[in-house]
Design a protein around this ligand. Structure first.
Ligand SMILES: Cc1cc2nc3c(=O)[nH]c(=O)nc-3n(C[C@H](O)[C@H](O)[C@H](O)COP(=O)(O)OP(=O)(O)OC[C@H]3O[C@@H](n4cnc5c(N)ncnc54)[C@H](O)[C@@H]3O)c2cc1C
Length: 440
């Protein structure tokens, strides 16, 4: 059996590992359009060739030491199933470790439970990329390959894609033609089973991550496509000197812009020293920013990749977030030696029970809440606002189509790493069960 896993984030990598460990005869290929695996759990190590802005070169420390978890900040392990089936393996391979930051806030504790929920949280050791770094050698990993079409070929699926710079999410439209017009499109191989792992793969062709899925499958996947998205921005900033605070992270309830901020050097396996911070925006503020500067051309509908000139402009996200961070801390910050930002149009789905506001921008629905409930209730404490136990599959089982969808967008658990990993794990289990039934 040949399985194509499309997306090498936590969901895809967990699914690939699980497929391999349950049945090593399965031939698994992971495709990812990124420069490396990790997706939303990525780590950015800014090298000397960076194009990002060193805003005060005279004061800059070596660019080699600029490091940021620029998406996911940490993860929770609230369910017994996640701890026993997945976290234990990550801990024993030293891919992750507990993170015990000195944390503070205005008493709200509303970013994935920090700082008020006392249960442990975890991070990737030396950066979040460690979580998706080590796949068994027999799993074929194709990085920098964007899947843009999945078509029937007899009983199998023909997976079509492009590779090189035009696969990357942030390549300018002029040098990344629409998939169907691209001369570089090639067949990436025939597969018996396709596992999709990113909600954007179910988008129409305008979206750079669209996987060109057949209508027969898209009609099954409406629970993925209909879920409001939470957009977020992160700002990555390095200061000339350490900040005058004992805190490693803050979650300031009073800020309308900043939801969370953390210091890279407080995380295990990262050399402390360079004062690098990642700032995470509020969902409400990010939705407003995407209304102001949409991800699509309102006339042609074409995708607009995030542009460093916009992200770092005088009134752009990076500078607005830095000013808001200073206001949260209540003292003058040292000069920033490095500053850039990242737009996450689909940072996560709104929680399954989401009852807050939404806004439609060019056909996509974004949650406009100030904060979100992202914590699973204590086990034994019954259901709760966070979503609680799944009442059915936490992935989309395409049955005889042999095409499935996994990830936090499919789960009723609070979105995040825990929900994503469990979804990938369960989808892989089902693929193996079906293979055994069919004697493949
Ligand atoms: C700013 C931010 C902060 C967050 N903070 C936290 C937190 O503190 N705690 C927590 O638990 N969670 C957090 N999350 C959410 C968490 O990161 C996600 O739930 C989790 O990483 C989802 O993993 P995934 O594998 O499902 O998706 P992704 O990580 O998005 O992986 C999907 C992969 O698919 C690839 N891909 C997409 N389309 C294609 C295509 N057509 N062809 C090939 N490859 C493709 C992408 O490159 C990507 O690598 C945060 C997310 C963001 C953005």
């Amino acid at each position: 059996m040949r399985v194509a896993v499309i997306g090498g984030g936590v969901t895809g990598v967990t699914a690939a590992r699980t497929l391999h460990s349950l049945d090593s005869s399965i031939d698994v290929t992971v495709f990812d359009q990124g420069r490396g695996l990790g997706g939303r759990t990525s780590h950015r190590h800014v090298g000397s060739s960076t194009s990002a802005v060193i805003i005060s070169p005279a004061a800059a420390t070596s660019p080699e030491s600029l490091r940021f978890d620029h998406g996911c900040q940490f993860f929770r392990a609230d369910s017994f199933e996640f701890r026993s089936k997945i976290l234990s393996g990550w801990l024993s391979s030293s891919a992750v470790a507990p993170w015990t930051p000195a944390s503070g806030g205005d008493g709200d504790g509303d970013f994935f439970g920090l700082p008020s929920d006392p249960r442990p949280v975890y991070v990737g050791v030396g950066g979040f990329h460690s979580l998706t770094a080590s796949l068994p050698p027999s799993v074929d990993v194709k990085q920098g390959v964007r899947v843009g079409g999945v078509e029937r070929a007899g009983a199998q699926w023909d997976v079509l894609g492009v590779s090189g710079p035009e696969a990357f999410h942030d390549t300018k439209a002029s040098s990344a033609p629409a998939f169907k017009d691209s001369s570089g499109v090639e067949s990436l191989g025939l597969f018996d089973v396709v596992l999709l792992t990113d909600a954007s793969q179910a988008q129409a062709g305008w979206h750079r991550a669209s996987a060109g899925l057949p209508p027969s499958f898209l009609s099954l996947a409406t629970r993925v496509t209909s879920r409001p998205r939470v957009a977020l921005f992160t700002a990555l900033v390095c200061f000339a000197t350490p900040l005058a605070t004992p805190l490693d992270c803050i979650s300031p309830a009073s800020s309308s812009i900043i939801w969370f901020a953390s210091r890279t050097g407080s995380k295990p396996g990262v050399t402390a020293g360079t004062p690098c911070w990642t700032l995470v925006s509020r969902p409400s503020w990010a939705a407003g920013e995407i209304e102001r500067v949409p991800m699509r051309d309102p006339t042609t509908g074409a995708f607009i990749p995030q542009d460093p000139d916009y992200l770092q402009s005088v009134d752009g996200p990076a500078k607005q977030m830095l000013a808001a961070f200073e206001a949260c801390l209540g003292f003058a910050l040292p000069s920033a030696t490095f500053l850039t930002a990242q737009r996450w149009g689909s940072a996560m789905p709104a929680p399954a029970n989401y009852a807050g506001g939404t806004v439609d921008v060019c056909g996509d629905t974004y949650a406009t809440a100030h904060t979100l409930d992202l914590v699973l209730p204590e086990e034994g404490a019954g259901g709760g606002a966070g979503g609680g136990e799944e009442s059915g599959d936490d992935f989309v089982d395409g049955g005889d189509l042999n095409m499935h969808f996994a990830g936090d967008f499919c789960s009723t658990k609070p979105p995040g790493v825990e929900a994503a990993a469990l979804s990938g794990y369960h989808a892989a289990e089902r693929i193996v069960q079906r293979k055994r039934k069919q004697n493949m």
